[in-house]
Design a protein around this ligand. Structure first.
Ligand SMILES: NC(=O)c1ccc[n+]([C@@H]2O[C@H](COP(=O)([O-])OP(=O)(O)OC[C@H]3O[C@@H](n4cnc5c(N)ncnc54)[C@H](OP(=O)(O)O)[C@@H]3O)[C@@H](O)[C@H]2O)c1
Length: 240
């Protein structure tokens, strides 16, 4: 099975936190948003054929969320549904409960793939089909990242995908051991508050080590304009 290469691409404060509005302003009255936009410049550099975000990030930036629908689960097989075969880039959204209420089939031209739990109601799948939205499943509870990644490669033909947060979804991919590369921009500012979301926030027990068996090899470091640092690491895996 051919999985896509997965590059986790994030921008964080120097203390690793990712809620951009909270960061200290740049020096000399520079424009914060212009600095943060370097994130999107580097995104283009990767020329990926998809990008992945978690349900919360999607509802903050792109799509309204609602309570999951209840209903039957026996009308549609729990198999991937491909609404568009020609889409070059895909917006892949991890929404296990089917909370997102899409009004169009794409985000800024990138056709959507909703990654769901098998337990979502048929009525929700029908609404995705009605809106021309592709979907697939990440196991019964929607948290089987390995399964979702396999389908993105085999059914949707993805070869290189950016994983773009937030922390819980990045943490789940880290725990599943499917991240091949980390692309991290360090914004020249601080958040400073305990408990604020970071680049990886696996929602596990306090004795778990979601990055266990993985090590980072530095590939590239670049001092960019306005004191931004760009780090690229290859993730190397050891053990089973
Ligand atoms: N600086 C950056 O580069 C960057 C990038 C992206 C986001 N952000 C920021 O990060 C914050 C938002 O994101 P967030 O951290 O709250 O969440 P998130 O990672 O965007 O979404 C988490 C949600 O994804 C769903 N999910 C799907 N599969 C999952 C799995 N296997 N494990 C866990 N969750 C899974 C769950 O939805 P349900 O709750 O429906 O079950 C979960 O609550 C925002 O402030 C956003 O602006 C920053």
């Amino acid at each position: 099975m051919t999985r896509p290469v997965i590059i986790c691409h994030m921008i964080s404060s120097v203390d690793g936190r990712i809620v951009t509005e909270r960061w200290t302003p740049p020096v000399d009255g520079k424009n914060r948003d212009a600095i943060i936009n370097q994130y999107f410049d580097i995104e283009k550099h990767y020329d990926a054929d998809g990008w992945i975000i978690g349900r919360t990030t999607a509802s903050e930036h792109f799509v309204k969320a609602a309570e999951p629908r209840k209903g039957s689960t026996d009308r549609f097989p729990r198999k991937a549904y491909v609404a568009h075969t020609s889409a070059k880039r895909r917006a892949i959204i991890m929404d296990p409960h089917g909370r997102l209420q899409y009004e169009q089939p794409d985000i800024e031209g990138d056709h959507i793939i909703a990654v769901l739990a098998e337990t979502v109601a048929d009525e929700y799948l029908q609404s995705l089909r009605d809106h021309g939205i592709s979907y697939c499943f990440a196991g019964r509870d929607g948290h089987d990242i390995g399964k979702a990644v396999d389908v993105l490669g085999s059914t949707f033909g993805r070869r290189k995908v950016l994983l773009e947060g937030g922390g819980p979804i990045n943490g789940a991919f880290l725990k599943a051991g499917v991240i091949d590369e980390l692309s991290l921009l360090i914004y020249p500012g601080i958040d400073g508050l305990s408990g604020i979301a970071s680049s990886f926030d696996w929602m596990g027990a306090s004795n778990e080590q979601p990055a266990s068996g993985q090590a980072l090899r530095l590939k590239h470091v670049e001092k960019r304009q306005d004191d931004v640092i760009w780090l690229q690491y290859r993730v190397e895996r050891s053990g089973p």
